[in-house]
Design a protein around this ligand. Structure first.
Ligand SMILES: O=P(O)(O)OC[C@H]1O[C@H](O)[C@H](O)[C@@H](O)[C@@H]1O
Length: 529
């Protein structure tokens, strides 16, 4: 193990600092050697070239034949065509204009002078960024309070609607879905439309859509006469859409300064275009991930922000990193099973949960500490002579970082001065670029998600089977066993699926199951009418 003096030197040698953002990146506690850095140079020559091509409008997502344009959102002047530049800037202007009208009551609900709440319906990339950012800037006096429906769990939907209560009549609904066809978002929308109808409210006067140009959702919103629509583009992926209308509309409505978020991302993008690993914080992260996980995802990334406001950062990064990097095949068609698992909540809270295992258990991870220098905008009392709560937080972070390192567990530390629109925009851009670089290093397409389709198709098959089961039971006047049903439906290979469907319908009082519940073969079922 290096001596304290050597470590301190290594810390200074590798410390990255961005003066305008006040952001530091420390990779000194990742144990790469100078030889490793030399070996990585040619890979980074390729990664920098790939990034240049991507930003210039290359088809960086070959499977879907799409450009990858999220970096243009904060630097429209580098977008490859005039039309794209105009689309980007006009959308931001339109978001600001719409927000102003909502905040001043020019756009208001039919029965009140102003909207009080936002209900955002969407999933995956259409929820995680808005949720993360809402948590970053939450405060008692937000102009509009946001809630989310990001699942098709009826009980979860009930809770959100119950909590809104009478304020539904002053709620602005954002339906966010790039494809405009994701079932969870579509179901959420239908549930909420129904809740409005039940409350005697006109949903169309409360709803806006943020969706792909030409999508079924866009057509529906236009046909129904919703308040407005904002575009998602073909060249923006869901997981990199926080700085598109997907993230900017809810953020602006909550009073968050979207221009500052964009400026933070723009500054970080400029910093991460520098073609020198030591001068480029995203390249430093990608190199560290590669070293720590042996370029094969052999170790997980535990993300520990020591700040409550950043609690959802690891959840946000889960999609950004794992949906981008978790791929079966590389760009040449070789089977590689790539990926980098991400988990984490926040420090110091997690020290009292799983840090025991991190310190002493299976060494299958590296940590990323996110440190925020400013404790709070209000002064806090001393909890001991000369010590405030924020000093404890720093002490815990430093202590955990050191304790892990001493026991052979590596870590990265990213430090920001405070949680502001500027620094949050920069953090998003930092990780987007690190993911892009890492994908080049391991030669995969970071911008498609073929694996997600398999689950969606299988889900659709189950629903189809349910419909067949219900119509069979409807036409039968006797109870049927699973085997009889599977035979009649010519679906013997799906008998277990039929059992799961039947058990769920029974629990929801749609069918009656008779027999020994612990022995599926004994069960007989009939429809409850
Ligand atoms: O925005 P949507 O089209 O509704 O998509 C929502 C999510 O759907 C899928 O799960 C994709 O894998 C995600 O990347 C996407 O963010």
């Amino acid at each position: 193990m290096s001596s304290a003096v050597e470590l301190w030197q290594r810390y200074q040698d590798w410390l990255y600092y961005h003066s305008e953002l006040g952001l530091y990146v420390d990779i000194s506690r990742i144990r790469f050697t100078p030889d490793f850095v030399t070996q990585m140079q040619p890979k980074f020559v390729k990664a920098f070239a790939d990034m240049k091509a991507l930003e210039a409008g290359a088809i960086a997502n070959p499977d879907e034949q799409r450009m990858v344009g999220h970096y243009w959102l904060r630097t429209p002047e580098i977008a490859p065509t005039e039309e794209l530049r105009r689309d980007i800037t006009e959308t931001i202007d339109r978001i600001e204009d719409f927000t102003k009208k909502v905040h001043t009551g020019v756009i208001h609900p039919p029965s009140a002078p102003k909207f009080t709440d936002i209900l955002s319906i969407g999933i995956g990339g259409s929820a995680l960024g808005p949720q993360f950012v809402a948590q970053c800037f939450n405060k008692a006096d937000v102009p509009l309070k946001i809630s989310f429906i990001d699942n098709c769990d009826p009980d979860g939907i009930d809770l959100v609607l119950d909590l809104l209560g009478d304020r539904l009549s002053t709620t602005l609904v954002l339906v966010i879905s790039k494809s405009g066809g994701t079932p969870e978002a579509a179901n959420g929308m239908k549930e909420v439309e129904f809740a409005f109808e039940k409350a005697g409210l006109n949903f169309t006067k409360h709803a806006i859509a943020i969706t792909g140009v030409g999508s079924a959702l866009e057509k529906y919103a236009i046909a129904q006469g919703w308040l407005d629509q904002f575009p998602m583009y073909d060249w923006i992926g869901g997981r990199t859409s926080e700085l598109s209308a997907v993230g900017l509309v809810p953020a602006a409505l909550q009073g968050i300064d979207i221009r500052e978020m964009l400026r933070g991302a723009n500054l970080m993008d400029a910093a991460t275009r520098i073609e020198d690993i030591r001068q480029n914080p995203a390249a430093m992260l990608a190199m560290s991930w590669y070293f720590a996980s042996n370029g094969k995802g052999e170790k997980d990334m535990v993300v520990l922000p020591y700040k409550d406001r950043l609690l959802l950062f690891s959840r946000y990064l889960q999609q950004l990193v794992m949906e981008s990097l978790g791929k079966e095949q590389d760009l040449d068609g070789n089977t590689v099973y790539q990926g980098l698992a991400v988990y984490g909540n926040k420090g110091s809270t997690d020290q009292h949960a799983y840090v025991q295992q991190l310190r002493e258990g299976v060494p299958n991870f590296f940590a990323t500490f996110i440190e925020v220098l400013q404790d709070s905008i209000t002064p806090h009392p001393e909890v001991e002579a000369g010590v405030v709560t924020g000093d404890y937080l720093l002490g815990f972070l430093q202590g955990t970082r050191n304790a892990l390192y001493e026991n052979g567990r590596d870590s990265i530390t990213v430090t920001i001065p405070f949680v502001s629109e500027l620094t949050v925009g920069a953090l998003i851009a930092l990780y987007e670029r690190a993911v892009s670089f890492y994908a080049s290093l391991v030669n995969i397409n970071a911008y498609h998600q073929p694996g997600v389709e398999a689950g969606k198709k299988a889900g659709a098959k189950v629903l189809n089977l349910q419909q067949k089961l219900v119509s069979l039971l409807k036409s039968s006047n006797v109870s049927l066993s699973l085997e009889e049903i599977a035979t009649k439906l010519d679906a013997l290979e799906d008998i277990e699926s039929l059992y799961h469907i039947a058990r769920h319908l029974h629990a929801n009082s749609k069918i009656l199951l008779e027999g020994d519940l612990s022995k599926p073969a004994t069960l007989k079922m009939m429809l409850i009418v």
